[in-house]
Design a protein around this ligand. Structure first.
Ligand SMILES: C[S@@+](CC[C@H](N)C(=O)[O-])C[C@H]1O[C@@H](n2cnc3c(N)ncnc32)[C@H](O)[C@@H]1O
Length: 229
C-alpha cells in the first residue's frame, strides 16, 4: 500500500470532520485533502521560530503537520498531542514514512487529570486550535491556562486577530461583553488577539511572529510567541 492509500484509509476511518489540516508527503504533495491547506506564508512564518535543540509539545496536533515541521526545523524532541486516537494512528504511519524522531500521545487537555500537566517543555504550542466555537463557548481562557502550565520559557499560539461578532461568530456584542467585558468588544467586533495578549500579561510578553497591523480587521490567523516578561 502506498502512503497515500494508507492515509486515505485512516482518513475514511476517522471521518472528514477530523481531517482538519490537509495531509502532505515530504515534498508537500497532497495525500489527503483537509479543511485547511498549508501555503508558503504559513511555512515562512512558522520557520521564524527558533526550534534548534528545544523540546516541544504541540497540543491539538491533528495529523502532526507542525509537529513534523518543528522537528525538521531542528527541535530536539517533539511530542504531538491529540485526543483522537484514530488521528494519532495516522500520525504514527506518517512518522514511519518520514522516518521522523517525534512522538505522539493521546491526551484530552480538557481532562483535569490530564497526564501532561506534570511535564514541561521548552516550547508549548497551540496552533490553529482556538477558533470560533472556543470563543463563543468561553473556552479560550482554559485552553491558554493549560498551555501556560507546559512551559516556563516559550509559548506559541495562533489566533484570528479580530472576529466580526454577528457575521463570523453568530453572536451579539451584548453576549460577548458578558464573557469578555467591554474591553475586547468594540462596535461589532471582538478583539481576540488583545484578549490573548492580556491573558498572559504580566507573566509573559507577546512577540508577534506574524506581521500585525494595528487594530484593523485581518485574516488569516496570527502566529504569536510569548516569552517570560
Ligand atoms: C483545529 S485542529 C488543529 C490542528 C493542528 N494544530 C494544525 O494546525 O494543523 C484541532 C485539533 O485538536 C484536537 N483537539 C480538540 N480538542 C482537544 C482536546 N480537548 N484535547 C486534545 N486534543 C484536542 C482535535 O482532535 C484536532 O485534531
Amino acid at each position: 500500500m502506498s502512503i497515500a492509500e494508507k492515509m486515505r484509509e485512516i482518513a475514511a476511518q476517522v471521518g472528514p470532520e477530523h481531517v482538519y489540516r490537509t495531509v502532505y508527503d515530504e515534498d508537500l504533495r497532497v495525500l489527503v485533502p483537509g479543511k485547511e491547506d498549508i501555503n508558503a506564508e504559513i511555512l515562512d512564518t512558522f520557520s521564524r521560530i527558533d526550534f534548534t535543540g528545544k523540546s516541544v509539545v504541540d497540543l491539538g496536533c491533528n495529523f502532526g503537520f507542525f509537529t513534523f515541521y518543528a522537528a525538521r526545523l531542528g527541535a530536539r524532541q517533539v511530542v504531538g498531542v491529540d485526543r483522537e486516537k484514530g488521528v494519532l494512528q495516522g500520525c504514527e504511519i506518517l512518522k514511519q514514512h518520514f522516518n521522523a524522531s517525534v512522538s505522539f500521545e493521546a491526551h484530552d487537555i480538557d481532562d483535569p487529570a490530564c497526564g501532561l500537566i506534570s511535564r514541561t517543555f521548552d516550547i508549548a504550542m497551540l496552533v490553529e486550535f482556538i477558533g470560533k466555537t472556543f470563543v463563543v463557548e468561553n473556552r479560550v481562557a482554559p485552553a491558554l491556562g493549560f498551555l501556560e502550565r507546559l512551559s516556563e520559557r516559550e509559548l506559541i499560539v495562533s489566533v484570528q486577530k479580530i472576529y466580526w461578532i454577528k457575521k463570523e461568530l453568530g453572536s451579539t456584542p451584548e453576549a460577548m461583553r458578558v464573557i469578555y467585558t467591554d474591553r475586547y468588544v468594540r462596535g461589532g467586533s471582538f478583539y481576540l488577539l488583545n484578549y490573548v495578549r492580556d491573558f498572559f500579561a504580566p507573566r509573559w510578553r507577546m512577540e508577534p511572529i506574524s506581521e500585525v497591523n494595528g487594530d484593523e480587521y485581518e485574516k488569516p490567523r496570527k502566529l504569536l510567541r510569548f516569552v517570560r516578561a
